[in-house]
Design a protein around this ligand. Structure first.
Ligand code: C2E
Ligand code: CA
Ligand code: CA
Ligand code: CA
Length: 279
């Protein structure tokens, strides 16, 4: 692509035009999907070092009538640009809280945490804390079971504002996990100011373990950092025993990944928990 576009008529570039049309089509489809309730969430189990299930991360899926299951990477960026993520994100939060309420008085389920991904525009909304408070009240979900996954890039945008907002949410009882940790511009000076409960090591560092010396060093450093800051640590994208063993040996206590389970429906997750109940 040419950096200086003055001599090119972008609109008549057939490739560009295709993207514009595709974008508009996708946006319209996305808008309709919300009305037509085509979104569902999958649950990916999270496991501790004793192989207990500690909860799940909610991962959004778009069940498109023709395209089939559309993965979030294909529609979340556009949903964010168009602001449609606000509605969808709110729905995901409600779904998590309703589920937490259902589990609240069931043995083996009542201690499970649900982690929800929060997008930048959602977190930046002035009344985000009020939204979360309202959803917790309406559903009757136990707030301490709700975990919000925030990314560094989302926080660093306006760090003072982020810290304040996190404190007001923390006051409701919810906890925070710092998602994709290690991929952003981590700075210890702000990390200590955030009311975090957990660091989540990004999959990109896990996938090359234990062979990549560099990634091994990054992972060890994150785990040590979490320990000194008294935070829990979870590794995402754990796919094989060798990765899990490395993590375990270096003090990582929580895991998520295909080694344990892919993201599954809530019915499948219920069964997954049931089969893991110690006899
Ligand atoms: P993420 O938060 O980093 O989520 C982890 C991604 O890794 C998920 O992809 C999950 O399916 C995938 N994954 C988990 N274990 C493994 C593994 O062992 N191997 C491999 N190769 N992949 C694994 P997914 O579901 O496609 O989601 C992609 C991204 O979309 C998420 O990345 C998150 O940033 C975003 N996302 C998903 N759901 C939501 C949502 O409800 N709201 C917002 N704002 N973003 C969401
Ligand atoms: Ca996440
Ligand atoms: Ca992640
Ligand atoms: Ca990731």
């Amino acid at each position: 692509a040419k950096a200086d576009g003055r001599n090119t008529l972008c609109f008549f570039d057939p490739e560009m035009q295709a993207t514009v049309i595709e974008r508009a089509t996708l946006e319209a489809a996305l808008r309709y999907a919300i009305e037509d309730q085509q979104f569902i969430v999958h649950y990916q189990p999270q496991i501790d070092k004793r192989s207990n299930i500690i909860g799940a991360e909610l991962l959004l899926r778009w069940k498109h009538p023709e395209r089939g299951m559309v993965r979030p990477d294909e529609f979340i960026p556009l949903a964010e640009e168009t602001g449609l993520i606000l509605k969808v994100g709110r729905w995901v939060l409600e779904t998590a809280c309703k589920q937490l309420k259902v589990w609240a008085d069931q043995p083996y389920f009542q201690n499970l945490n649900l982690a929800v991904n929060v997008s930048q525009c959602q977190f930046r909304e002035d009344d985000f804390t009020d939204q979360v408070r309202q959803i917790l009240e309406e559903t009757g979900a136990p707030p301490k079971r709700l975990k919000l996954e925030l990314t560094e890039s989302l926080l660093i945008d306006d760090i003072e504002c982020s810290i304040n907002k996190m404190h007001s949410l923390r006051a409701l009882g919810v906890e925070f996990s710092l998602d994709d940790f290690g991929t952003g511009y981590s700075s210890l000076s702000y990390l200590t100011q955030l009311p975090l409960e957990q660091l989540k090591i990004d999959r990109s560092f896990i996938s090359t373990l234990p062979d990549s010396h560099n990634d091994a060093v990054v992972v060890q450093t994150i785990i040590t950092m979490a320990q000194s800051l008294k935070l829990s640590v979870i590794a995402e994208g754990v796919e094989n025993e060798a990765q899990k063993q490395f993590l375990e040996q270096h003090g990582c206590t929580n895991y998520q990944g295909y080694l344990f389970s892919k993201p599954i429906t809530v019915t499948e997750f219920d069964a997954f928990v049931a089969t893991h109940i110690p006899l």
